[in-house]
Design a protein around this ligand. Sequence first.
Ligand SMILES: [Zn+2]
Length: 181
Amino acid sequence: MIPAVPAGSARTVSTRPLKYLAGYPASLQAQARTLLKQGRLGPMLGAKYPEPHAVRNDGQLYEYVQALKERHMRKAVPLGKVLYDGKLHVVRHALGTHTSISRVHGGRLKASREIRIASVFRDAPAAFLRMITVHELAHLREPEHDKAFYQLCTHIESDYHQLELDLRLYLTAREAGQPPG
Ligand SMILES: [Zn+2]
């Protein structure tokens, strides 16, 4: 019998802290670990979010972000540059740590209203690009990851919290070599 996951990596999966899920309940992390070990986390997310997007380059990204801004954040300051950034660390710079709500956001340069989207989103499902864009747009008005910020996110996208959790699960699966689909 060939094990689905090599013994060594299964052990790694069970002991390594799930960095994208720090701040979520231990029960949720345990569940994610189990799904990872069973090889089901990636495929599960792929089935839940089958729809890709066609935002391939920075020009298209600008138009995409601008369209969402026009629809939901019209009165906010105009956008500066909008780009995919291959060096951006998703959790540290784009999502924050989830637990430290007072952290000043690092992925958006305040003066120029530049929006950088980690390049992992280029190939992520459409729902996750939308989620991170909502996140960045909300920062135009609310710089911190505080209550007002998340209220604004859920005002724009009612499913925001579920999408952020699923994005974190997606990143977890991806880094464990379990790409969705
Ligand atoms: Zn943020």
